[in-house]
Design a protein around this ligand. Structure first.
Ligand SMILES: Nc1ncnc2c1ncn2[C@@H]1O[C@H](COP(=O)(O)OP(=O)(O)O)[C@@H](O)[C@H]1O
Ligand SMILES: [Mg+2]
Length: 230
């Protein structure tokens, strides 16, 4: 039993020829949670999504979806059928798309969106009603026809709107976002998970995370490395 969790990774290790992209990772997300995962390059963020979506099979550990479904035993298509969707970071998708279209896209499986996501499955027939209800609930109904904006190079207003949009989706689904832009993370995040060397470095409210000396250290370390290779 995993209580209210939508996804639960227990002691997950992903091994690439001896290199551990994920190392004894424990990660837990609640239903209808909007979680942001950050971390320096090579931290294991993409691998975490690969494991959840079944693209990569861990060498050890369990990945439990819902109550007791171990997705590490399933094929990618079966995982999609469970309602776990994945969106790749393609900011251009947001260009010229309305708020409504973005929510709709995000709810559709196999569609591309601006963020990586996972959510509970929904009856397709209910989808339009659910989009409308979701937008209504978070006060975006009047803006449904407006363009959502692009993630990179967004104005403050566009950033805020995109953040609202993500929150709208999370009001109905569980959403996992991999994000690099800390300003954007501050706008949307309640809980932030910081990955480093394939494991959770720390986890907590964004205000706490951004002042955590361990987080500053791993990001500074990354900058030093960048300088070193120049
Ligand atoms: N297919 C692979 N083969 C070997 N090493 C890999 C492979 N995929 C990722 N890695 C390594 O695993 C680590 C984590 O990668 P990744 O999950 O992409 O990190 P992030 O998305 O946080 O930058 C990196 O050091 C990366 O080089
Ligand atoms: Mg990555």
């Amino acid at each position: 039993m995993t209580g209210g969790a939508i996804i639960y990774l227990e002691d997950v290790t992903v091994d690439y020829d001896g290199f551990k992209a994920l190392s004894h990772l424990n990660f837990f997300m609640d239903r209808r949670e909007l979680r942001v995962v950050i971390g320096p390059n090579g931290a294991g963020k993409t691998t975490l999504l690969d494991v959840i979506s079944g693209r990569v099979r861990p060498a050890a550990g369990r990945v439990i979806f819902g109550h007791a479904t171990d997705v590490t035993r399933l094929r990618e298509n079966d995982i999609v059928a469970l309602g776990i969707g994945r969106k790749f970071q393609t900011p251009s998708v947001f260009v010229n798309l309305s708020v409504w279209d973005n929510v709709e896209l995000s709810l559709k499986r196999h569609s591309k969106g601006v963020f990586a996501g996972l959510w509970e499955s929904a009856d397709a027939a209910d989808e339009r009603r659910r989009i409308a209800e979701t937008l209504e609930r978070v006060g975006l109904a009047a803006k449904a026809g407006r363009q959502a904006g692009v993630l990179s190079g967004m104005t403050d207003e566009e950033t805020a709107r995109t953040g609202e949009l993500l929150m709208a989706i999370a009001a109905d689904r569980s959403v996992l976002v991999i994000e690099h832009d800390m300003e954007f993370v501050r706008q949307i995040a309640r809980t932030v998970t910081v990955l480093h060397q394939g494991t959770v470095l720390c986890e907590g409210p964004v205000a706490q995370i951004q002042n955590d000396p361990r987080v500053l250290e791993v990001y500074l370390g990354q900058r030093k490395e960048t300088h070193a290779v120049r």
